[in-house]
Design a protein around this ligand. Sequence first.
Ligand code: FES
Ligand SMILES: [Fe+2]
Length: 345
Amino acid sequence: MYNFPHKYFASSWYQVGWSAEFPRGTVVPLRYFNKDFVAYRGESGDMHISDAFCRHFGAHLGYGGTVEGDCIICPFHGWKWAADGQNVEIPYSQPDQMNLTLGTWTVREVDGLVLMWYGADGEGPTSDPPHFLPTSASLEDDFWEIYPDTTEVWKGVRFPPQVVQENAADSAHFKYVHGAGQVPEILGYDWDEHSFRTRFSFRFGDGFDSTWATPNGPVDGRITTTAYGLGLAGGHVESFDTAYTLAATTPIDYETSDHRCTVWVPRVRGDGSPLDEKIRDRWARQQITQHAADVPVWENMTYVHKPPFAQAEATALRNLRKWIEKHYPADAGDGAKPPADSVVN
Ligand code: FES
Ligand SMILES: [Fe+2]
């Protein structure tokens, strides 16, 4: 995206990977929010994220660091850091520890994802992490395993999280980007401080007697999208089957992000019959292909400060953008003085 005005990473939950990517005892370097981090899963099974650079001499703990218990040991001189960041061992000297701490970050695992809280001013989470599946559902029993089969990642894409969140209330693009038979109707939308939800009516399988997704003929269903802060956009597809999706965008710097797509496919179809691997793969491919269709639009578009919305889309998109703008402070390039070439009306 060109001319994006906000030089700011909004406080939000962001996805940094899938749980299955972090086996016990492994360390993974991460770079997000113009910062370097190390993520590791302790021997207890708990995930931890801390600042990447060792407080002693600056080694990156994500390259060659090792895990012992829930501590991480630096590859350079063996200093050991606890999960709360405290230095707990200097193996070759007395006293054998110093009152030094590494910065640590809040990490939670939800529905097979690893989420990290980023507080723009260093503040802790202002909300619990969202859940994407119904609380009554069991991730293991009711859904196919997500990683790697029903996931996709686009690394280093050239767009900020905001464009993905705005997509969630954009009814017309479902027809022109995603090939919906018609522009879906917005049934309603609502928001609170942490989330913005939009409900669309969809006719699935229109014009076909039977498709893999609508075996008994067309279905009048709905799609509900929910933007959680700036980092996460959940989707709930209610057709013959019911599936859940997530579009997650985590900024690397002000221009680029990692974008991830997750599809939770149920093990049972809408009529109670088993949903087999073939249908699972079709659900996953369909949803991932749809996400992929947005990517070139988002990467190559320019930011429009006050878009001339058509009447049918105006209220939802205006309210969503207002809700998004509240996540940026006034001095973050809030669009009040956009670059001249981004003003089209
Ligand atoms: S740089 Fe980490 S122990 Fe020396
Ligand atoms: Fe889209």
